[in-house]
Design a protein around this ligand. Structure first.
Ligand code: PHE
Length: 374
C-alpha cells in the first residue's frame, strides 16, 4: 500500500517521532524501487511537488493543523524532514547511475547474435617477404643467416672492404654520415651502412673458414626518394669462403638461386663490373621474367627490362685477397682460401616480382596497398 500522509491527532513527542519514522521508511522504500529516469521523476514529484507532494501535505496536515503550543516542535521536525527528503531524492539518480538497475542491465545486455569485431591479421611486408624467400633459397643450400648493425663504422663499411681513405670508389656510395664524429680517427667514425657487405668482415672475424652465409638487412644512402630510389632500402648479401672456391661456384650458385626465385626457365648472364672488395667483379643479369626475354609484351614494349630482355639483378665477384688480409689471423690466409660474394636489392626484386611501378609505395605504409600482398 502506498504511503499517505496521516492526519495527526496526537502531537506529543513520541507520536511525532512515530509519524516521522513511518514517513522516512516509506521514502527509503520508494527510493529503492526507482529503476529508471522516468521512475525517478515520478518519485521526485510525489515527494516534492509544490502542489500536493508529500512534503506539501506534511506542511498542511501536520504543521498548519498543529495546535499553537506544538507548532514550534512540529515546525522543526518538518524542516528537518524537508532536508532529508530533498537529500534522498537528489541522491537517488546517483545510485541509479552506479548501480546495476534492471533497466541498465537490460539496455546493455550482450547480444550474442551480433557478428564479432574483426581484428585484421598483420601480414609480411612484400619486401620482407621477398627477402625471406631469397634467404630461404640459400638456407636450403646450407647457408646460415648473419646480421650486423645499421649504424656502422667507417672501418667495416669501407676500409676493410678495400675502399682506402679518400679513394674515389667511396663516391659510388652516397653515404649518410653521423654528425659530430670529427674528433675520432677516421676508421672509428660512424655512418649508416651503405651496403650489407660490412657483415662479411664482421662474420669472418668471428667464424673461421669454411663459411657460407646470407645477410639480409636495411641499408642507407643519400638518395632522394623517387619511383626507383629510397634513402633506406634492403639488401641480401651472400658470402662463401672455403679452399678452392671458383668463379664457376659463384655462377652455378647464383644461377640456381635465380631459377629457384623466378622460375626454372630464366637464364643468367654476367657482365664485368667493379667493386673494391671483389676481383674480378661482375653484374649478374637474369632474362626478363616479365616478357620472357623478348623485350615486348604483346604489341607494347616491356618496360621493366627496357626492351632489352635482361634485368640487372645483383653485384658479385670473387673476394679480393686484400679483404682477406684484414681477417688473415682468423684463418683467412688469401694464399689458402678463396671465396665469392654477392649483393642484391630486395626492394628492386619485389618491385619487379609484383609489378609495382613506384618504390615509395613500399614505404608509405598505406594498408590499402599493402593488404594486396597478403
Ligand atoms: N655491396 C655492393 C653494393 O651495395 C654489392 C656487392 C656485394 C657486390 C658483394 C659484390 C659483392 O653495391
Amino acid at each position: 500500500m502506498a504511503y499517505t500522509v496521516p492526519k495527526l491527532k496526537d502531537y506529543s513527542a513520541p507520536a511525532l517521532d512515530k509519524a516521522v519514522q513511518e514517513l522516512l521508511s516509506a521514502l527509503q522504500q520508494e527510493s529503492k524501487d526507482v529503476s529508471s529516469e522516468s521512475d525517478w521523476k515520478t518519485f521526485r514529484d510525489r515527494w516534492m511537488a509544490r502542489k500536493n507532494g508529500v512534503l506539501t501535505q506534511v506542511n498542511v496536515l501536520w504543521l498548519k493543523a498543529a495546535p499553537e503550543d506544538a507548532k514550534r516542535d512540529v515546525g522543526q521536525r518538518v524542516n528537518q524532514l524537508k532536508k532529508q527528503v530533498e537529500e534522498v531524492v537528489e541522491q537517488t539518480p546517483e545510485w541509479l547511475k552506479g548501480g546495476a538497475s534492471a533497466a541498465r542491465l537490460t539496455a546493455e545486455a550482450l547480444d550474442i547474435t551480433l557478428p564479432g569485431i574483426r581484428r585484421p591479421l598483420g601480414a609480411e611486408h612484400p619486401v620482407i617477404k621477398t627477402s625471406n624467400e631469397m634467404v630461404a633459397i640459400f638456407r636450403n643450400l646450407g647457408y646460415s643467416v648473419e646480421e650486423g648493425p645499421e649504424v656502422e663504422t667507417d672501418y667495416y663499411n669501407f676500409e676493410s672492404l678495400n675502399f682506402p681513405p679518400n679513394h674515389p670508389a667511396r663516391d659510388t656510395q652516397d653515404t649518410l654520415f653521423i654528425s659530430g664524429q670529427e674528433s675520432k680517427p677516421l676508421r672509428e667514425r660512424l655512418l649508416l651502412r651503405t651496403h650489407t657487405s660490412p657483415v662479411q668482415i664482421r662474420t669472418m672475424e668471428r667464424l673461421k673458414p669454411p663459411i657460407r652465409i646470407v645477410i639480409p638487412g636495411k641499408v642507407y644512402r643519400n638518395d632522394p626518394p623517387d619511383a626507383s630510389h629510397s634513402p633506406m632500402f634492403h639488401q641480401i648479401e651472400g658470402l662463401a669462403v672455403d679452399t678452392n672456391i671458383t668463379l664457376g661456384d659463384l655462377k652455378g650458385t647464383l644461377d640456381h638461386a635465380m631459377k629457384a626465385m623466378f622460375g626454372s626457365s630464366v637464364k643468367t648472364a654476367f657482365r664485368p663490373s667493379f667493386f673494391p672488395f671483389t676481383e674480378p667483379s661482375a653484374e649478374m643479369l637474369v632474362s626478363c621474367f616479365i616478357c620472357g626475354g623478348s623485350g615486348r609484351r604483346g604489341t607494347e614494349p616491356c618496360r621493366p627490362c627496357k626492351q632489352t630482355g635482361w634485368i640487372e639483378i645483383l653485384g658479385c665477384g670473387m673476394v679480393d685477397p686484400n679483404v682477406f688480409e684484414f681477417v688473415k689471423d682468423n684463418g683467412y690466409d688469401p694464399k689458402r682460401v678463396s671465396g665469392f660474394a654477392f649483393g642484391m636489392g630486395a626492394d628492386r626484386i619485389a618491385l619487379l616480382k609484383y609489378g609495382v611501378d613506384d618504390l615509395q609505395l613500399f614505404f608509405q605504409g598505406d594498408v590499402r596497398f599493402l593488404e594486396q600482398f597478403v
